[in-house]
Design a protein around this ligand. Structure first.
Ligand SMILES: [Zn+2]
Ligand SMILES: [Zn+2]
Length: 122
């Protein structure tokens, strides 16, 4: 069951608080190497083998922190050639590319479970 990212239909998924809102097609940037993905995190175009999120949906780990994807999703994106390992010296070669978080559900946005504060620049 996949919704288009452009869908404006309200979703009936129940999330634990606090919930933020994200847009999967907004640009994201790696805080370490500076690489930018203009059309959103490539890993989000794949379903997540870590938490079961559908393609185009943010990860949904019950522990929260879902502005960053599961490691399995990053690895799947690398295996599919969508993502190259981060060139900065990270312990696992993963980019640090959190989704931008909104405190209000603007059109085209999906809920994401996280305790992180709202991003300053949207
Ligand atoms: Zn996941
Ligand atoms: Zn990087």
């Amino acid at each position: 069951m996949a919704y288009a990212a452009s869908s404006t239909r309200p979703r009936s998924v129940t999330f634990r608080k606090p919930t933020r809102w994200i847009c999967t097609s907004e640009p994201v940037q790696c805080h370490r190497c500076g690489m930018e993905w203009e059309h959103g995190d490539p890993a989000l175009t794949l379903p997540c083998a870590g938490c079961g999120a559908d393609a185009g949906e943010p990860c949904q780990r019950r522990s929260g922190g879902n502005e960053t994807v599961c490691i399995k999703r990053d690895r799947a994106a690398e295996a599919a050639g969508l993502l190259r390992p981060c060139e900065r010296l990270t312990w696992d070669g993963r980019h640090t590319k959190p989704l931008r978080l909104s405190g209000v559900p603007l059109p085209h946005m999906l809920p994401v479970l996280t305790g992180a504060p709202v991003s300053r620049v949207l």
